[in-house]
Ligand binder design. Structure first.
Ligand SMILES: *Cc1c(COP(=O)(O)O)cnc(C)c1O
Length: 453
């Protein structure tokens, strides 16, 4: 088949057989899909040979670019041995070595690694560990079975993850099956729900957390947070010391701090983990997206020796953590993750990133002059640009105008792939992007906004 024919044929098959995530399929089948065939560093190449800059890092997973020779090689080497064997009753070298490596780089205090497959399952594992921990710790506190989460939080699409998330639009059909969790307001400083300004507000939006903890700590197993920045909410960074204050409250009221580092982990915010910005030690930490450098589905829930110890006992005490997925600790994924973490050292990824983060901030500044750009939010290599009708009044575009969507379509035409969240344009380049490519991304983004809005 000629390449063109193949492309057309694949497009037809896609429309005939596939169901895409977070996609209105009725609209999807109206146009030929972009079919990505290859990747090269920060570029994705479609079946027509068109090159696009990967401005979402393939939905926030890619770290060192596509087809990094070291990760490619690590997977090939592992493939010559075995692709998969189970962790139930057996172990494997990449899973063992990666666990050690993760503990070496994780915030101090975390000492045990439990594998799963994706961000949602890593969060589910953390929630289940928290509940079972309180039931088994001495003296036991079996009433501690609910959680506290933040409004607009996102912790995954499984029922547990949804229960501690705050994105109303995604949850509506499922309210009846979600379990109870207390929602507290998130510090959204651009649109402060309390109409206050930082720092004179003294982070007043934290008082509901303290109140709930005071009244209900005996029923609360943990507080779930996206440390430093709520990503899916529209890249909304939290004010300084916010995370630290949550940590202090958790300690004071004896509830576990569950840090969902699925989006922020592995350098995304400028540090290896976002918790490091405020020297916060979580009791449970979920990682996934960047774990394998964006190569394979793999996730881990890290926890402390104290929590781990509460699960020890004689067989017939039934203290075992009865949880595990078929592909847990997959050797190919673990080999990719090991290679990815080694690259951080070898290529001085975080050191080089510092300069790029600063440059990215500089490049974005001039965009602020456009009347349709309300807020530019940056946390390391995560950027959210909120489009508004008028940046003095902060009047939002109605969601039905699909402004974000229209701008990303324009970006696509100009060779940059990004995905909007409502009226927020989200830019998350691979950490390995060069200065030249970074400049090109911001330029296309600025031009596309101007062209559309
Ligand atoms: C993406 C994400 C998840 C869910 O991860 P999946 O791999 O999509 O299941 C959970 N929490 C956060 C903060 C995320 O960004």
């Amino acid at each position: 088949m000629k390449p063109r024919t193949t492309q057309k044929h694949l497009g037809t098959l896609d429309h005939r057989y596939l169901w895409h995530p977070f996609t209105q399929m009725q609209e999807w089948v109206e146009k030929a899909p972009i079919i990505i065939e290859r990747g090269e560093g920060p570029y994705l190449i479609d079946s027509n040979g068109r090159r696009y800059l990967d401005g979402t890092s393939s939905i926030w997973v890619n770290i060192h670019g596509h087809r990094h020779p070291k990760i490619d090689k690590a997977i090939r080497r592992q493939l010559k041995r075995v692709a998969h064997s189970t962790m139930l009753g057996l172990s494997n070298p990449p899973a063992i070595l990666l666990a050690k490596k993760l503990i070496d780089i994780a915030p101090p205090g975390l000492s045990r690694v439990f594998y799963s497959d994706d961000g949602s399952t890593a969060v589910e594992v953390a929630l289940k560990m928290a509940i079972q921990y309180w039931a088994q710790v001495k003296p036991s506190q079996p009433r501690k079975q609910t959680f506290i989460h933040l409004s607009q939080a996102y912790h995954g699409d499984t029922v547990g993850g949804m229960s501690v998330s705050g994105v109303e639009l995604f949850h509506k059909p499922f309210h009846a099956v979600l379990f109870q969790s207390h929602e507290i307001p998130y510090p959204h400083c651009y649109r402060c729900p309390l109409d206050l300004t930082f720092p004179s507000c003294h982070i007043d939006c934290l008082s509901p957390l303290e109140e709930i903890l005071q009244q209900k700590h005996e029923e609360i197993a943990g507080v779930v947070v996206e440390p430093m920045v709520q990503a899916v909410a529209g890249v909304i960074p939290s004010p300084p010391d916010y995370l630290k204050k949550i940590r202090d409250l958790c300690t004071k009221f004896q509830v576990l701090l569950i840090a969902d580092e699925v989006a922020t982990g592995f350098g995304r915010t400028g540090k290896m983990f976002a918790c490091e910005h405020e020297d916060v030690m979580p009791d449970l930490m979920a990682v996934s997206k960047g774990l394998t450098g964006g190569y394979m589905p793999l996730a881990a829930t890290l926890t402390t020796e104290k929590i781990y110890d509460a699960f020890l006992g004689n067989y017939d005490e039934w203290k075992t953590f009865f949880h595990g997925h078929s592909y847990t600790g997959n050797p190919l994924g673990c080999a990719a993750a090991l290679a990815s973490i080694e690259i951080f050292d070898e290529e001085q990824t975080l050191k080089k990133l510092k300069k790029k983060i600063r440059l990215l901030g500089e490049l974005l500044k001039p965009l602020k002059q456009q009347i349709s750009i309300g807020d530019i939010r940056q946390c390391g290599f995560m950027v959210g640009i909120e489009l508004v009708k008028n940046n003095t009044t902060k009047t939002p575009f109605p969601l039905t105008d699909r402004m974000g969507h229209q701008v990303t379509k324009e970006c696509q035409r100009r060779g940059l792939l990004i995905r909007p969240i409502g009226n927020v344009l989200v830019l998350l380049p691979p950490l390995s992007v060069t200065i030249k490519e970074l400049k090109k991304m911001v330029k296309i983004l600025g031009q596309s906004i101007q062209a559309v809005v």
